[in-house]
Design a protein around this ligand. Structure first.
Ligand code: GRG
Length: 299
């Protein structure tokens, strides 16, 4: 792939995902019974940019197995709704207490705290509703997808990781603790996106496991790259809250091991991700690029 080509692919994908999310959040089914205030808060949390990495991963993994792209796109939107909910709640005063997200006021700033909590709740439940009603998928596949999403987004996944992160505020953490927290908080939903793509496409257990492991590597790399950016704390880095974790007194792996060791770890994670994709050859070229993009990104 030529330099910059993947960035363009991801940008085009993000624009398309944004439009589809807009359609979902304007659909008669949803709009009919939803208070305007709540709907506006949901829209604010979802339609404010973002890389839309998780939807990209769902659709690309599904493509490896020639899945119906419309079905893949529905699952992708559902997972992005979960991601959006997690960011809305993560920004709340009780959690990270952030005023800005993607350069714009967070949902609790633009609306109020109770509305932000409820907008997050509504997006999380919407996600499960979307997947449960994909008529083109056999019922047992829908059940498997819902079960996977519940596990990865819930207590043994993202929510549990967030709790571990909050518990460790202000006290030193070991490498094992930080890695476990990151794999749950950030890695679980990214790996869920990859596994969901394989699952919806009817991939074999072996292929599903490959995609899950690819996703786990990408998820950990995503968080390590975030740690590195946090450590660098470069004010010139666009869209990055400078040294956010450090400012909040959280210990990062970059502080424990240093920048160099983290960079080496990122290379190993990308190699591991690539190995998982070997059986798919050229068809997985975009997923290989995605692993590199996540690991070596500058913001
Ligand atoms: C509140 C249940 C609950 C969970 C929150 C994912 C998460 C857990 C918090 C996000 C905190 C954070 C900033 C972590 C760093 C890595 C990360 C997930 C960044 C945001 O994801 P991107 O970069 O976001 O994919 P965009 O803006 O591109 O959608």
């Amino acid at each position: 792939m030529k330099p910059g080509e993947f960035d363009e692919i991801l940008k085009a994908n993000a624009a398309a995902v944004g439009e589809s999310l807009d359609d979902v959040l304007s659909s008669h089914q949803l709009v009919a019974g939803t208070p305007h205030h709540l709907l506006n808060a949901m829209r604010h949390g979802v339609l404010n940019g973002g890389k839309r990495l998780r939807p990209f991963l769902v659709c690309e993994t599904a493509k490896l197995f020639d899945a119906n792209p419309k079905v893949a796109s529905q699952v992708a939107l559902a997972i992005e709704c979960i991601h959006s909910y997690s960011l809305i709640h993560d920004d709340l005063p009780a959690m990270d207490d952030d005023d800005l997200r993607r350069g714009k006021p967070t949902v609790h700033k633009a609306f109020d705290e109770a509305t932000a909590i409820l907008a997050g709740d509504a997006l999380l439940t919407l996600a499960f509703g979307i997947v449960a009603s994909i008529e083109a998928l056999p019922a047992e596949v829908r059940v498997k997808l819902v079960t996977l999403m519940a596990k990865k987004a819930g207590a043994p996944g993202m929510v549990g990781g967030q709790v571990l992160d909050m518990q460790s505020n202000g006290r030193p953490r070991s490498e094992i603790e930080i890695t476990r927290m990151q794999a749950m908080k950030t890695g679980a939903l990214i790996s869920c996106a990859c596994e969901a793509g394989a699952l919806l496409a009817g991939a074999s257990d072996d292929d599903r496991s490959r995609l899950r492991r690819y996703g786990e590597n990408v998820g950990i790399a995503f968080q390590l790259a975030d740690d590195l950016l946090d450590e660098i704390g470069d004010a010139a880095v666009v869209g990055k809250a400078t040294g956010k974790d450090r400012e909040k007194g959280k210990q990062t792996l970059a502080q424990i091991y240093g920048k160099r060791a983290l960079e080496d770890r990122l290379v190993a994670l990308v190699t591991g991700a690539e190995e998982m994709l070997e059986p798919f050859g050229e068809r997985a070229a975009r997923l290989v690029e995605a692993a590199r993009f996540v690991s070596y990104r500058k913001h």
